[in-house]
Every structure is written in structure tokens, then in C-alpha cells.
Write a protein that binds this ligand. Structure first.
Ligand code: C2O
Ligand code: CU
Length: 555
């Protein structure tokens, strides 16, 4: 059993300041090439809690996520069908890993959706029962999208096995979103077993400060979505789910799009990566390193261009990009100077995790070749963001405060556990509010607010990183830290969830709900229906109200 941060606290190894300094700016041993992986003991209170069988790193070829084809349901409506079912994938060579999947894939198929065209996604539940013979109920949440309440994946709005549900999405905002299971008390297990996938709403020229700049961003084969997940495997290749008495699930095998530590051949030009931390609990701190011929490693810049829910106003350069669970960033790596070399994507800092493991410091390897035809510069300006002053001027009431802490083995918000019959905040439709998230010590919490797109305006203990200044729906809260965000709660009315996205915390029971306005459908107003599904998609019963979103009208 791994030695954890909580154990460290119990044994008095760390004071608060000791906790705080963990991982701050430290870089640990890294692989020095695509072919080898250096191992050693991690520093500090971590132990190298390796459990999974050894897997050679940077051997397996990278696999792009398969794009799911749409059918045209109407002039302004695209349709998709996804079947949730058990399947087996190969993570360990020659061993079968059983997964619970969308369409049999780990991760699920990639949806690339045109902006401003609605979509309906039919999810069929053919998962059957778990090892204890209990039904595997599922709910699907499209994370980051402002959906109507009945299509938002409310935790209690379960699809039982042999049922389906048609979810409608507006796609009025472009960003790298993702879909995942949200079943009450079982989200961590279900997502860990494979129920997660990416859903990109494509930008159009209206999203750009200079509309013609869209073409400057890497596109087509140079635009690569990545889902990073940590898993733990038994010697037989089965996924091991250990939530350490509801503290977190930490793996020691890093999967990129379902492949452990892959290698990818790239040309000497810019590539754009749309990255999701799709794990259960592990915070990532990404960097890139080029390996020189003398074996030395040198940091390579990441140019961050977008956050959770849209383009940044300008590219932000960093060599340390923190991505908490459920956060997304888009960044560009320019391989122009590295033909003939290898560039590693690394995760060298254990910050925010109760489990350290050297295997997790490596993610993937790029082998750079020559021969790029072109390499346009990045635009100087990117998206159009509402000025914070404008948002501040709209705020009517005082900030709302939510405290995230632990009582016994439970995780609570303002001392309360999830209760679908209780609403903890009532908001005016389209209200602009400041929400304050307070973390008591010992744990970090990635806090996700449904419905809206928000902006980070304050951190009490650490500076706001420039890449956090764009549109966000998930906020990384350090231990002992207070984080403030601002945003408009719209366009829809109804009940929406807010919770910690460490999925184990969420399940037990760090989740609450707020209600916007008095209208809007009940979240369970359109329950799942029995299979077989009819040929036609169901028609939504509730119409969305008028818009109150950010952005500038665009011709
Ligand atoms: Cu990504 Cu409420 O979840
Ligand atoms: Cu949490």
C-alpha cells in the first residue's frame, strides 16, 4: 500500500508549509531518450508505489482518436450515435484489458462538431452489470457546454442498461469540451473504466480578434487532440480501481489516447495539441524537453492558445503547464529547430498529488524529422474576451463562498453532502456573480461549475498563471487556498451541479447544485427510454431561452 500524503500528515512528517512546498518548481529524473527510461527513487515523502507490470516507454506508436461520423438529422442538426458497452483493449502487450467503453474504444470516439449547428447524441447503454451483478447505470455530461438542464447529465438522471437517451447540444461556443459519465456515486469508477471522450466544437473566424488569423493555427494533421489518463493494471492487464478510502485514484501507467507512453513522428514545424487531463485524481504539470546529442535535456516552450472553454486573448509561453483533472488547454509546440532529435512531453512535478511515481513523469515522445513545407507564425492576438472590468460592473450581490473540506471519510461543500432535493444557491437568470472557493488544507480540488463559462480573478496563495486568464469552467484550488472566479450564469434556467472533479471526492459527496431563475425543465424531465431505439431521434420538449452569453456579434 502506497505511502500517501495523508499518511505523511498523520506521521507528522509535514507541517502545512511542508505540504505547500511539495513539488514547487522541482524537476525530477526524466527519461533521457525515446528508448530508455531512467528510474530512481523519488524525493520527499513519496514512495515509488509502482504496481503495474513494467511497460517499455516510447515504444508503442501514437494513435489519434477516431473521429465519429455524423448523420444529418436536419438542416441545423447533426446526429451521432454512441453505444456504451464492455470491450477489451490492449495496454499490456498480448494481454486483454476489459474496459467499459463508448463504442468499444478507450478513450471514446472524438466528436468534431461544427459551431452553431445543434447536435443530438444518442447514447445507448449496453453495459450490463458489474462484477457484483449490479446494473451499470450511466449518465452523460458534456463538460463545458451550456446544455439545457435535462440534457446536462444530471447525476440522478440515469440511463439504466438496455435504455438510451438522446442528448441535445447547442454548440454555440467553440472549445475542446469532453463527454464523460456522471452517474451519482459511481462517476469515478465509470470514468476510470473508460467512459470518457473528447468533443471539440470547432472555432470559426468569428472567434478570432483578426478573423483571418484562424488559418495561422496548425490544422489538419498538425492539430492533435490528446487525452492523458493514469491507470493501474494487474499482472493480467485488468484495470485496478483503488480509491484509497475515497481519497483518490492514482495510476502508474500514463496513457495518451489509450496507449501507454506512445511515440509520434512529427515534422520540423508547429503542432497544436488539444489536451485533456482525463484521469480521476492526478494533477499534471506538463512541459516539453528536447534531447540534445550529448544527452542533455533542454526545456522547450509550450505556447498556450486556449483554455477550457475558448481561445486566450493572446498566446502565453510557459514551460510548466498545470492541468488539473477535467481542465483542457490547447498549446503549440514548434519543432522547427529540432529535426533529427527527440522531444519529450513530460510531467516532472508531483504537485497536487498524494501519489508520486517516477513512471508518471513521462508522457510521450516526439521524433522530429525534416521536410516541413511551411511553418506560419502564431497570431499575436487570438480570441475576444469580455474585459474583467465589464463583468465586475455587472455584479449585483456579494461573492458566494463555497468551502471544500473533509469530514471523516466524506468530502463536503459548506459542510453538506450532495442531496438532489436541496439547492444551495438561487441565482437570477443571466446574473453575473463572483464565486469564492475555499480549500481547507491537505488536498487540492479541481472545482467544476456546470452551465457557464467563467474567468479566474483571484488566488490567495499562488499567482494566477497567464494561461489561466481565459474562459474556464474548472478551477484548480490549491490546499489552503481561496480562488475567486467571475461569470454570467446563463443562458439557461434550471438546476445545475457544481462539484470537485477529483472524481472520488465528487462521488463521496463533494457536489452541490444551484438554480438559475425559476423556469427551465427539471433535470430529470426527459428520462431514458428502453431499447431498441426508434430510427428517428427524439425531439426536445423544452426550447432554450434567449441568449445572454459573452462574445461579440459577428457577421
Ligand atoms: Cu466533468 Cu459535472 O463534470
Ligand atoms: Cu476535491
Amino acid at each position: 500500500m502506497g505511502f500517501t500524503r495523508r499518511d505523511a500528515l498523520r506521521f507528522g512528517l509535514l507541517g502545512a508549509s511542508g505540504l505547500w512546498s511539495w513539488g514547487q518548481g522541482r524537476n525530477y529524473a526524466l527519461a533521457d531518450s525515446c528508448d530508455s527510461h531512467a528510474m530512481g527513487e523519488p524525493p520527499g515523502p513519496y514512495i515509488n508505489s509502482r504496481f503495474s507490470p513494467e511497460i517499455p516507454v516510447f515504444e508503442r506508436p501514437f494513435e489519434p482518436m477516431e473521429v465519429l461520423a455524423s448523420t444529418s438529422v436536419g438542416p441545423d442538426l447533426d446526429g451521432y450515435t454512441i453505444t456504451m458497452k464492455k470491450n477489451e483493449v490492449e495496454i499490456l502487450r498480448d494481454k486483454k484489458t476489459p474496459v467499459w467503453s463508448y463504442d468499444g474504444k478507450l478513450p471514446g470516439p472524438l466528436i468534431r462538431q461544427r459551431k452553431n449547428i445543434g447536435s443530438v447524441v444518442r447514447f445507448k447503454n449496453e453495459l450490463g452489470t458489474d462484477d457484483d451483478g449490479r446494473d451499470i447505470n450511466s449518465v452523460i455530461h458534456l463538460h463545458g457546454v451550456a446544455s439545457l438542464p435535462q440534457y446536462d447529465g444530471y447525476a440522478e438522471d440515469l440511463i439504466p442498461p438496455q435504455h438510451y437517451k438522446d442528448y441535445y447540444y447547442p454548440n454555440d461556443k467553440a472549445a475542446p469540451f469532453w463527454y464523460h459519465d456522471h452517474a451519482v456515486e459511481h462517476t469515478s469508477r465509470n470514468v476510470y473504466m473508460g467512459l470518457a471522450g473528447m468533443y471539440i466544437v470547432e472555432y470559426d473566424h468569428c472567434d478570432f480578434f483578426n478573423p483571418s488569423d484562424q488559418e495561422l493555427l496548425p490544422q489538419g494533421e498538425y492539430d492533435i487532440p490528446l487525452i492523458i489518463q493514469d491507470k493501474r493494471l494487474t499482472p493480467d492487464g485488468e484495470l485496478l480501481f483503488n480509491d484509497r478510502r475515497q481519497r483518490g485514484v492514482y495510476g502508474d501507467v500514463m496513457l495518451v489516447n489509450g496507449v501507454p507512453w506512445p511515440r509520434l513522428a512529427v515534422k520540423n514545424r508547429k503542432y497544436r495539441f488539444r489536451v485533456l487531463n482525463g484521469g480521476t485524481s492526478r494533477t499534471l504539470s506538463l512541459g516539453a524537453r528536447v534531447k540534445h546529442s550529448d544527452g542533455s535535456l533542454e526545456p522547450v516552450d509550450l505556447q498556450v492558445i486556449a483554455s477550457d472553454s475558448g481561445l486566450l486573448s493572446a498566446p502565453v509561453t510557459t514551460d510548466n503547464l498545470r492541468i488539473g483533472i477535467a481542465e483542457r488547454y490547447e498549446f503549440v509546440i514548434d519543432f522547427a529547430d529540432y529535426a533529427g532529435k527527440e522531444v519529450l512531453l513530460v510531467n516532472p512535478i508531483f504537485f497536487g498529488n498524494i501519489d508520486g511515481n517516477l513512471a508518471t513523469t513521462q508522457i510521450m515522445c516526439f521524433q522530429v524529422s525534416g521536410g516541413a513545407q511551411d511553418n506560419p507564425p502564431l497570431p499575436e492576438r487570438l480570441g475576444i474576451l469580455t474585459p474583467i472590468e465589464t463583468l465586475l460592473s455587472e455584479v449585483q450581490g456579494p461573492p458566494r463562498t463555497f468551502r471544500f473540506d473533509r469530514l471523516g471519510s466524506r468530502w463536503l461543500i459548506n459542510g453538506k453532502a450532495w442531496d438532489p432535493h436541496r439547492v444551495d444557491a438561487f441565482l437570477e437568470p443571466c446574473a453575473t456573480e463572483i464565486w469564492r472557493f475555499v480549500a481547507t488544507g491537505g488536498w487540492v480540488h479541481p472545482i467544476h461549475v456546470h452551465l457557464g463559462h467563467f474567468r479566474l480573478i483571484g488566488r490567495s496563495r499562488t499567482p494566477i498563471a497567464d494561461y489561466e486568464r481565459g474562459m474556464k469552467d474548472t478551477f484548480f484550488v490549491n490546499d489552503f487556498e481561496t480562488v475567486e472566479m467571475i461569470g454570467r450564469f446563463g443562458p439557461h434556467e434550471g438546476k445545475y451541479m457544481m462539484h470537485c472533479h477529483n472524481l472520488v471526492h465528487e462521488d463521496h459527496d463533494m457536489m452541490t447544485q444551484f438554480q438559475v431563475g425559476t423556469d427551465g425543465c427539471e433535470p430529470c424531465a426527459e428520462p431514458a427510454k428502453p431499447l431498441p431505439a426508434p430510427a428517428n431521434f427524439d425531439v426536445p420538449q423544452c426550447e432554450p431561452p434567449d441568449e445572454c452569453m459573452d462574445g461579440v456579434p459577428c457577421e
